[in-house]
Write a protein that binds this ligand. Sequence first.
Ligand SMILES: NC(=O)c1ccc[n+]([C@@H]2O[C@H](COP(=O)([O-])OP(=O)(O)OC[C@H]3O[C@@H](n4cnc5c(N)ncnc54)[C@H](O)[C@@H]3O)[C@@H](O)[C@H]2O)c1
Length: 258
Amino acid sequence: MDTGLNGKTVVVIGAARGIGRAVADAFLDEGCDVIAADADPSVLKQSRQRVTGKVIDVTNLQQVELLASESGDVSHVVFTVAVGSGHYGFPFWNVPPVEWARVLEVNLMGAVHVAHAFAPLLASRGDGSLLFYVSVAGQIGSQTDPPYSASKAALINFTQCAGKDLASSGVRVNAIAPGMVKTDLNQAVWESSRGGAPDQQGQTYEQWAAEKIRRVSPLGRWQELDEIAATTVFLASDAARNITGQTINIDGGQVMHS
Ligand SMILES: NC(=O)c1ccc[n+]([C@@H]2O[C@H](COP(=O)([O-])OP(=O)(O)OC[C@H]3O[C@@H](n4cnc5c(N)ncnc54)[C@H](O)[C@@H]3O)[C@@H](O)[C@H]2O)c1
C-alpha cells in the first residue's frame, strides 16, 4: 500500500521509549522525516538517519510552542506521552486528590498544549493529522488508576471536539486506545498494584499480565509494538483520509463498541 507518507515530516512526542519510539521507527520506515520529542534526554541519541531528537516537557506550553515553530513543514503530529499516578486506585480514595493534578497536567494538558501549538500549522497547510494516544481505561471506568482513566476519557472527548473544529481545514484528529502493551508504563501499573491489591502480592509482572490478559482480552494476548505502530501509520496515511474524530481500539477486543 502506498501510504503517501514518503518525504512527509512527522512529529512524535513521547518518542524516547515504548510505543512512541516504535511509532517514530515506523514513520522512518515509511521514508518520513521524524522529529522525536520527549522529556527524557535519551531521545537526543538517535542512531537512524532523518530523525532529530528534541527534549521538551509537554506541561510547558512555551516549550511545546518552540517545538512547533522549529518543526518546519509538519504533516502529522503523534502524542504518546502519559504518566500514571503511581498509586493503586481501587477504591479511588486510595489516591489522594493532590495526586490527580500531575496526571491531568501531563496526560490532558500536555495534549491540549500540543493541539494549540500545532493546529494552526496543520490548518495552514490544509491537510495532515493529529493523533492522540488514549487507553481502554478511558472507556471503561477502569478502577486501577482513576486519574489516569479520567485523563484518557477527557482526551477521547477532546479528540472529537478538535476533529470537528479542524475538519473544515482538512486536518483530521484521531485517537488510538491500546489494551496491554509491554512497556515501562504497563509495568508501572503492576508495580503500583503490588502495593495495594492483596490478591496480587507475590505475582511477577509476567504472571500478573498473563492473568489480566486471560480475564479481559477475548483474543487473549499482548498487543505488540509493531501492531500499534502499523495502525498509527495507517491513520496518518492517505488511506485514512475519511477518518476523523475516532478512537481506534487496538486491544484484542477488550472493549467492543456497538
Ligand atoms: N503500554 C500500555 O499497555 C498502554 C495501554 C493503554 C494506553 N497506553 C498509552 O500509550 C501511550 C504510550 O505509552 P507507553 O506504554 O509507551 O508509555 P512509556 O512510559 O513507555 O512512554 C511514555 C513516554 O512519555 C514521556 N513523558 C512522560 N512525561 C513527559 C512530559 N511531561 N513531557 C514529555 N515527555 C514525557 C516519557 O519520558 C516516555 O518516553 C500513552 O499515552 C499510554 O497512556 C499504553
